[in-house]
Write a protein that binds this ligand. Structure first.
Ligand SMILES: [Zn+2]
Length: 419
């Protein structure tokens, strides 16, 4: 149901987090008109008489959370090993479930950084925006820009078996092809461009340390994307790939697993965001062992997990712009908030971890005018929990209330979110 643009509600906020300062504002009220916040009222400030009061379950309120590195499309157990036995329709239906779980977990906005079947993400985004199915606000990549046989390619099919075009939409060989693909992606509805700059942990036969998309091609993507008002998110594990992508002007480094001190200094100098998925290595280690994933995948995971965490701790100390992103889809979407606690254990304060998943994430997306804080003009996206998340960050894994665009989300049972 579309929210009524004129209906006003007054949400009591016993404790409202100011994400910019990390301070709690006590006994404020949030005036919501339709899907937006009209005002945040201090104690004693008068409220309009027509605003209907609403108390959320959970006294500790933070802005709706944002995941800058999500994969809403596809079945989790394939874990990035492309499902050539699933049709785009099947992939879309799993996206419906994933989007619902993501929203119930308190994530009201995601940047979806890739689907193997082109544009299934865009269809999901549009269905959510139309109110057909519950899910987060989405920025979509449409497909992966990747070199032939690269980390964003579907691999493993028999050599003589061709793949349908829909599975190879973003495969490029030179700068002209990059520019043409970026234009096609934008025309198809992409909000962001995702470049696979190095090999990947989960894509077989690719090396995370190896540069696959040369700097000149990444630069071509950045320039063409900018001409259409879009940012580039760069998948880069290896030290050289990270630096090439930063030099090429990408908005964010995804993974960044093997970053060195020079790479951290370059992130600082340029203001490039780092989106580090510091939890999911544990999931891959456990699930991969349980399910017998290839030894190659497990070895690559071992080579990147701790290195990435060490780099993350250094980046926290250095003051790098860290935008929360999880690679959710590799692990179940209902567990997405588990990474907040990891970030705290790696050196962030709880307030910094929450800021990374709200204000900083919104800036990374270029959406700071609409999400990431509780302020006039922003969407009324809220998460309420039952204890102070600054003293117990993991309480955010079990939201008591979630509101997206002024509408309360039906939470259901998230089940086991412990990982
Ligand atoms: Zn990913």
């Amino acid at each position: 149901m579309a929210p009524d643009g004129h209906r006003r509600r007054l949400i009591t906020a016993p404790h409202l987090l100011d994400v910019a300062t990390g301070a709690w504002l006590d006994d404020h009220r949030i005036l919501v008109a339709g899907d937006r916040i009209e005002a945040v009222l201090r104690p004693g400030e008068p409220a309009p008489a027509d605003a209907r009061p609403l108390a959320l379950r959970g006294d500790w309120i933070v802005p709706g959370l944002i995941d800058c590195h999500s994969h809403q499309i596809g079945e989790m157990e394939y874990a990035g090993i492309p499902a050539i036995d699933a049709s785009p329709a099947q992939e879309a239906m799993s996206g419906v479930r994933n989007a619902r779980d993501t929203l119930r977990a308190g994530f009201t906005t995601v940047r979806d950084v890739g689907t193997f079947w082109a544009f299934v993400d865009v269809a999901l985004r549009d269905a959510i925006d139309a109110g057909w199915t519950p899910g987060p606000r989405m920025q979509c990549a449409g497909a992966y820009i990747t070199c032939p046989g690269g980390g964003g390619e579907v691999t493993g099919e028999a050599p003589t078996m061709g793949l349908p075009d829909g599975l190879r939409f973003g495969v490029v060989r030179d700068a002209d092809e990059v520019r043409a693909r970026v234009r096609s992606l934008v025309a198809g509805g992409a909000d962001v461009i995702k470049c696979i700059v190095t090999g990947a942990v989960l894509t077989r036969g690719t090396d995370p340390g190896q540069v696959e998309l040369p700097e000149a091609l990444v630069r071509a993507a950045v320039e063409e994307a900018a001409a259409h008002g879009r940012f580039v998110a760069a998948h880069a594990h290896g030290t050289e790939g990270i630096k090439a992508a930063i030099r090429a002007g990408v908005r964010s480094i995804e993974h960044g697993s093997l970053i060195d001190d020079e790479g951290i200094a370059m992130l600082l100098d340029t203001g490039t965001y780092w989106v580090a998925d510091v939890y999911d290595g544990d999931w891959i280690a456990e699930e991969g062992r349980r399910s017998g994933w290839p030894a190659e995948t497990m070895a690559k995971n071992d080579a990147t997990t701790q290195a990435q965490r060490d780099g993350f701790s250094k980046a926290v100390a250095a003051g790098v712009r860290l935008a929360f992103g999880t690679d959710s889809g590799v692990y179940p979407h209902r567990m997405v908030a588990i990474q907040l606690g990891y970030q705290v254990r790696l050196g962030q304060t709880p307030a910094e971890a929450i800021r990374s998943a709200t204000m900083t994430a919104a800036e990374c997306l270029g959406w700071e005018d609409r999400v990431g804080s509780v302020a006039a003009g922003r969407f009324a996206d809220l998460v309420a929990v039952e204890v102070d998340p600054l003293s117990e960050i993991d309480v955010l894994r079990r939201p008591a209330s979630v509101m997206k665009g002024g509408e309360l989300v039906v939470l259901g049972d998230l089940g086991d979110v412990s990982g």
